[in-house]
Structure formats: structure tokens, C-alpha cells
Design a protein around this ligand. Structure first.
Ligand code: FRU
Length: 492
């Protein structure tokens, strides 16, 4: 090779590295949350764990930073923190765009797509036909399937698609499928207008309607979307959690995720109370569902945005990120069951874990602070930058609510709903409380009382919020661990 060619190759390699570095270094780019390298992303889809690898697929439009003909993007991780974006998994076809859905590992080859020794991954998703929608029909959302024999890289769509045809509902989508071992069948829960419907199948191809749930239950300020049905054992008793996203009609306006608890017998879901509950009281956690094939451990991931302003947020090359993956639980408080969500272990990202050094200190975002609160009273933690922008989070004793105030946290003129104070009711009843805060360049996640109250908000400061201070009686307030976090975009 000539010296000149050598130099050119070295220069190219250098440029590529620089480009890769710039790519995840733009203003507002989350450093510990998954976001696509470029282009538009919304819901997490097909979340699945297999062969020591976590797979996320996601609603993706590669040609723009605003929503368009939906594809499934794909990314993989070994630790739920560092993600490697892969090629597009599913492309739109003559049946329509590829809307949200799920993936199952068909380990006994019920579908016949694999063999006894080669297990297929099967994706179940909505196909949204834009032509049908335009013509004003009610038949443009139907459910299709596809399979992969190489862990999600290449996909073959089933020739008999669609496998579940719409009964004539404009909103009929987002199938989440799981194995119901007791009756050796697959259960699909899917959103149908302002209800969910349950279907069952022995082979993932032929589906039979079992029942419906939702009339007169929960919130109905908008269309129901992206359901999930998950069993838990709480104090020795089996309890089913039914998650349903709704847009609009959430507590902070726009999109949010409500849930129900109750029994499921393979045919029907029966709620065990009439409460309306929300998984996250912030404005920016939507369409979240759980990973499949994880055994008893349940991991939840949501889209960290809100349809009110998702297409207007001031990021340039990409739009939206996912939440931190969360360990999902169910807990009985008084007579009712409530979800708990706590971040997965972030140890691989922690460069320094400092004990408390008083209530003032400089940090570089991203970082995580864990507080122990022996006797909960009103307090505020203020995260700020040198431009005087600040994000306030805390607890208001009079309202018995945690809060996030993003009114002065940076850019908000892109939407008039954005600058607001959000409140989340406290669910725990103890005097003692705890709080974990994960602060990235443009998001904050708050997990109070072991995740009984959660809030997720995005914000867009001119510079990262690298300073923090508290307004409270310091005896009430005790940061037990402060962890500076490494960017996930630098190899572990
Ligand atoms: C939820 C949602 C889903 C749909 C997808 C389309 O955010 O509206 O109901 O499948 O997004 O991108």
C-alpha cells in the first residue's frame, strides 16, 4: 500500500471516530438512556431477552425526525445499559406500516416456523394501512406475524398475514403476547378503542377472541394503546397486572400509562378494585411494556416523551429516548396493589460513588443520587447550571405529593404545555422515605419509596445541570450515595 493511501485510510478512520463521537455528543443527547443515532423513534416494541442478550425493537422512521411510515428499529445490549443499534428489523409492506407489538420465544415451536432444535423468535405486530385510513374505512389496523431464526437480525413475514383481522374498529392495535402455561396457549392482549381485547391461540397463527375489559374502568380521556398483561406473586397470592397506555387523558396532559390489578383465568381479566392508578406521574413515560422470556423477573421500558410535543422537542438529529429500564414489582398497600419500579443496576456506569459531602456539590451530568429520608417533610432539591436555569424536584407535605418543576429548566417555547409543575401522589404511608434521582442531559427520573411513586420528565437546558443544592432542614435529608455515571456511548 502506498504511503498516500495509508494516510487517507488513517484520516478516514479518524473522521469516522470523530463523527461517531459527535453523534452521541450533541446538545441534549442522553448519555445513559437509549436513543437512536439519528431519526424519529417512539414506542418500545418486541422487548425480549435471549442468549444473554436484551433486544429492544422500536417504532422508527429512518427518513425523518418526525413520525412517518413506521418500521421496527433494533438495538441489543448485554447489561440493559450499553446499547448497540442494529439494522432495521421490519419494513412496511403492502399490508401497511409496522406499528407496535411484541416478540415471543416459541420454545416448543408451536408455530412450526422453526424445528425441534431451532427455536424461532416470533414477532406479533399491528399493520396500519394508510390507504384504508385515507379512504375513511374502519378496517385499516390488523395484526400480523413474522419470525426470525437468527435472534432478530433477519425476519420473514408470514404468508398468511394478517392473523387477526379488525372487527371494524379504527383503533385496534399493539398486540402483547405471552404464554399461558396453565392452559398451554398463547394469550394476546390488544388495545381496541377504549378497551382491551383478549385473544388466544395454540400456534400464533389462528386466534380466537376470549373477552374484553375496560368499559367503565379506569381513565377514558383518550384512546387505549400498548397494553401488557403480567402475572406476579404477592404475599403468596397470584395477582395479574394489566398495563394500558392512554393518549390523551394522562394526569399531566397528553400521554400516560394506567394500570389495573386483578385475576386472569386464561379467558378473562377481572379487576379486584375500581381505582385509577398511573405507573408514572411524570409527563414523559409512555407506551411502556415488559420484556418477555425473563422468567419471574419483570423489566419495564417506556418511551420518554409525550405525544403532546414529541415532534417538537428541540433535538436536531434524532427524536426521543427510552427510560432507564426498570425492575417492575407489585406491592400491597392497605387493601390495594400498586406497582413499584426501580432502575436496573447501574453499577457498570458508576465511575465514582461518593458518600454525602453536605448538600452542595458540583457534578457532571449524567449522575444518580440516592437519598435516605428518615422522616419525610417538605423539601426541594434544585439542580441548576451557570445560565441560571433550574429544575426543582421534591416533596410537598401539604399536598402529600412529590413534584418536578421544569418551568425554569430551559427551552420550553416549542409547546405551551411544556413548562409546568407536575405532582405525584405519595402512596407509601411510612414516616421513612427514600428517593433515587437519575439525571441525564435532558431527563430526570425520580423513584420514591422503593419505586411506589415514580416520575419521569424531560427538559432542555442550555447547559447540563451540574450543580445541586437542597432547601430543607438537613437533618431530614441524607444523600447516601452520589454516583457520577459514565456515558453508555463510550465502550464499557
Ligand atoms: C403509541 C402508538 C401505538 C401505535 C404506534 C404508532 O404511541 O400510537 O398505539 O402502534 O404508536 O407509531
Amino acid at each position: 500500500m502506498s504511503k498516500r493511501m495509508h494516510c487517507t485510510i488513517a484520516l478516514l478512520a479518524c473522521l469516522m471516530t470523530l463523527q461517531a463521537q459527535n453523534l452521541y455528543n450533541e446538545p441534549y443527547r442522553p448519555q445513559v438512556h437509549f436513543s437512536p443515532a439519528t431519526s424519529w423513534m417512539n414506542d418500545p416494541n418486541g422487548l425480549v431477552y435471549i442468549d444473554n442478550t436484551w433486544h429492544i425493537f422500536f417504532q422508527y422512521f429512518p427518513d425523518s425526525t418526525i413520525w412517518g411510515p413506521m418500521h421496527w428499529g433494533h438495538a441489543v445490549s448485554r447489561d440493559l445499559l450499553h446499547w448497540k443499534q442494529k439494522g432495521i428489523a421490519l419494513y412496511p409492506d403492502s399490508l401497511g406500516y409496522i406499528f407496535s407489538g411484541s416478540i415471543v420465544i416459541d420454545s416448543t415451536n408451536t408455530s412450526g416456523f422453526g424445528t425441534k432444535t431451532k427455536i424461532p423468535m416470533v414477532a406479533i405486530f399491528t399493520q396500519h394501512d394508510p390507504a384504508g385510513e385515507k379512504e375513511g374505512t374502519d378496517f385499516f389496523q390488523n395484526q400480523s406475524i413474522a419470525y426470525s431464526m437468527d435472534n432478530g437480525t433477519h425476519w420473514q413475514k408470514y404468508a398468511g398475514n394478517p392473523v387477526v383481522k379488525t372487527p371494524g374498529l379504527k383503533d385496534f392495535r399493539d398486540p402483547k403476547v405471552s404464554w399461558y402455561a396453565g392452559q398451554k396457549k398463547w394469550i394476546m392482549v390488544l388495545a381496541a378503542g377504549e378497551r382491551v381485547m383478549f385473544y388466544s391461540s395454540g400456534n400464533l397463527k389462528d386466534w380466537k377472541k376470549e373477552s374484553e375489559f375496560g368499559t367503565g374502568m379506569g381513565a377514558h380521556g383518550g384512546v387505549w394503546e400498548c397494553p401488557d398483561l403480567i402475572p406476579f406473586v404477592v404475599d403468596g397470592k397470584k395477582v395479574w397486572l394489566l398495563i394500558v397506555s392512554i393518549n390523551p387523558g394522562a394526569p399531566q396532559g397528553g400521554s400516560g400509562t394506567q394500570y389495573f390489578t386483578g385475576d386472569f383465568d386464561g379467558h378473562q381479566f377481572k379487576s379486584n378494585d375500581t381505582l385509577t392508578r398511573w405507573m408514572d406521574y411524570g409527563a414523559d413515560n409512555y407506551a411502556g411494556v415488559s420484556f418477555s422470556n425473563t422468567g419471574k423477573e419483570k423489566i419495564f421500558l417506556g418511551w420518554m416523551s409525550n405525544w403532546l410535543y414529541a415532534a417538537k422537542v428541540p433535538t436536531v438529529q434524532w427524536r426521543s429516548a427510552m427510560t432507564i429500564p426498570r425492575i417492575l414489582g407489585l406491592k400491597k398497600i392497605g387493601l390495594h396493589y400498586f406497582t413499584t419500579m426501580e432502575p436496573v443496576s447501574m453499577k457498570p456506569l458508576s465511575t465514582s460513588a461518593k458518600p454525602s459531602q453536605g448538600n452542595k456539590m458540583k457534578l457532571q451530568s449524567p449522575y444518580r443520587i440516592d437519598f435516605n429520608i428518615p422522616d419525610l417533610h417538605t423539601f426541594t432539591i434544585i439542580y441548576s447550571n451557570s445560565s441560571g436555569q433550574e429544575l426543582r424536584i421534591g416533596f410537598d407535605e401539604n399536598k402529600n405529593a412529590f413534584f418536578i418543576d421544569r418551568t425554569k429548566a430551559g427551552k420550553s417555547d416549542f409547546d405551551n404545555h411544556f413548562a409546568a409543575v407536575h405532582y405525584a401522589p405519595r402512596i407509601a404511608k411510612s414516616k421513612k422515605s427514600s428517593l433515587t434521582v437519575i439525571l441525564d442531559n435532558s431527563s430526570v427520573e425520580l423513584f420514591a419509596d422503593g419505586g411506589l411513586t415514580c416520575m419521569t420528565d424531560i427538559f432542555f437546558p442550555e447547559q447540563p445541570l451540574n450543580k445541586w443544592r437542597t432547601e430543607a432542614n438537613s437533618n431530614l435529608f441524607n444523600p447516601i450515595q452520589i454516583s457520577q455515571l459514565k456515558s453508555i456511548w463510550i465502550s464499557p
